[in-house]
Design a protein. Structure first.
Length: 175
């Protein structure tokens, strides 16, 4: 191959390689943009499906917290004709059942909020148990209910209020 032939070949190859490289770059950009568009569409579809379920989970946990709030729990679960020990077991069973019914909702919220919910439940259980152990052995269920309410008045804060506030804060972040 002579030098003029080599130069001619280079003159043909260089523009061909430049055009080929440019086309490759354009195709890659197009493919990347198309991939991003498809991901966005998939996220939008997931959001349309998951958002209502997630909102329902927040509603259920809000209801759970309201149901185990001691003042609401004591009104809903009657202490009539029960000893303090029987009433304690009924209250703890009610709290446990409510929790077990809603435990799957943790999938739809952050770990921080779920930890606050668990902490609220544990605080209510501790409040019931502590109030029970402060009573004499012959105490009635109504005595236990009064002692629980006295503790709430002393604390000036409902034991479920922090979890409910955290839940509402996260819900506002979602919308």
């Amino acid at each position: 191959m002579t030098t003029p032939d080599f130069l001619t070949l280079l003159l043909v190859l260089i523009p061909t390689l430049a055009v080929g490289g440019g086309m490759l770059l354009v195709v890659r950009q197009f493919m990347a943009r198309d991939h991003r568009r498809r991901l966005l569409e998939m996220r939008m579809k997931n959001t349309e499906t998951v958002l209502p379920i997630r909102l329902q989970a927040y509603e259920r946990i809000c209801l759970f917290l309201e149901r185990i709030t001691p003042s609401n729990l004591l009104v809903r679960v009657s202490s009539t004709n029960l000893t303090a020990g029987e009433y304690q077991r009924v209250l703890l069973t009610e709290i446990r059942n409510e929790y077990n019914h809603n435990v799957s909702q943790q999938v739809y919220m952050t770990g921080e909020v779920w930890q606050a919910v668990k902490s609220a439940r544990e605080t209510v259980v501790t409040l019931v148990n502590r109030s029970f152990h402060e009573l004499p052995p012959q105490a009635r269920g109504t005595d236990l209910a009064k002692r629980i309410l006295e503790h709430i008045i002393e604390q000036e804060v409902d034991p479920t209020a922090p979890a409910l506030a955290r839940l509402k804060h996260e819900l506002l972040e979602v919308f």
